[in-house]
Design a protein around this ligand. Sequence first.
Ligand code: NAP
Length: 275
Amino acid sequence: MTARIMDGTAVAARMLAETEQLVRGLERQPVLATVLVGDDPASQTYVRMKRSRCAKIGIGSRSVELPASTTTAELVAVIRELSEDPGVHGILLQHPVPAHIDERAAFEAIAPAKDVDGVTMASFAAMSFGERGFQSCTPGGILRLLDAYEVPLRGRRAVVVGRSPILGKPVGMLLLERDATVTYCHSKTVGLPEIVAEADVVVAAVGRPELVRGSWIKPGAVVLDAGYNPGNVGDVEYGAAAERAGLITPVPGGVGPMTIALLLEQTAGAAQRAR
Ligand code: NAP
C-alpha cells in the first residue's frame, strides 16, 4: 500500500481564503501581536512566516522582539500591556522562550479573549471540555486536517507520541472529545513500537527526527507528523511509513501550514468578537 498524502498546504489555503473574506467584512482590521524572546533562528523564521501570512490576508501585525536576557517579570509585563491594549486582538508568544523564563507564567499573562494561539490554561480547559474557546493551533490544525480528509475518529485507537502542553496533551484531548480511544506516549513509555502498531491514528509530536519507524505503522493507519527537525525532517520515518499508512502528512506541507491557518482564523474571530 502507498499512502495518500494529506495536503496541509491545500487545506490551509482554503481556510486562509475564508479568513480573508471574513477580514474584508470587518469594520476594523484585526491585529496580531507577536512576541519573540531571544535570537533562536528557527523561532525568528516561524514569527516571520506568521507575520507575512497575516499581511497576505489583511491581518495587521505588531512585532515585539525582546533580548534573550529578558526576565519572566519583564515578559509578563509586556504581555499584560498587550492584553490590555484595545488595538491588539490576538497575542502569540513564540515557543520556546529561553530556559530561565517561566513560560507558563508568560502564557498565563495573555488575556483569555486574545489567546488566539490557545496556550493558556483557560483555553486548554475549554478545549478539553468541548466548550467554545480558542484551540491550541497545532492540535486544532491537526483535527481540521483529519476532518478535511473525512477520517473517522469515533471508537478508533489514537496514539499520541509526545505530551507537551501545547501539542501532545491538547491533541489527545481533542481526539478524546471526538470519541477516539487515546493513548499518550512519552519519554518514559515502555514498548513504544508495540503501542504505535495498534493505532488507527498516530500523531507524532516529539521533536526527534524519524523516531517513529515506518515498520511500526499498522497497515492503513492515518499518520500525522507534527515534528519539524532541521533539514525538513519529521518525527516519522516518512518513506517507510508511507508504504504502510493509508493517509500521511508530509514534512513540510502537512501540519505546519494548518497551524498558521488556524492561528489567523482565530485572530480574525477574536477581532470579530471584540467589536
Ligand atoms: P517538547 O515540548 O520538547 O515535547 C516533546 C515530547 O516528546 C515530550 O512529551 C517528551 O516526553 C516526548 N519524547 C521525547 N523523547 C521521546 C521518546 N524517545 N519517546 C517518546 N516520547 C518522547 O516538544 P513540542 O513543543 O511538543 O514539539 C514537538 C515537535 O513538534 C517538534 O519537532 C516541534 O518542532 C514540532 N512542532 C511543530 C509545530 C507545527 O506547527 N508544525 C508546532 C509546535 C511544535 P516527556 O514529556 O516525557 O519529556
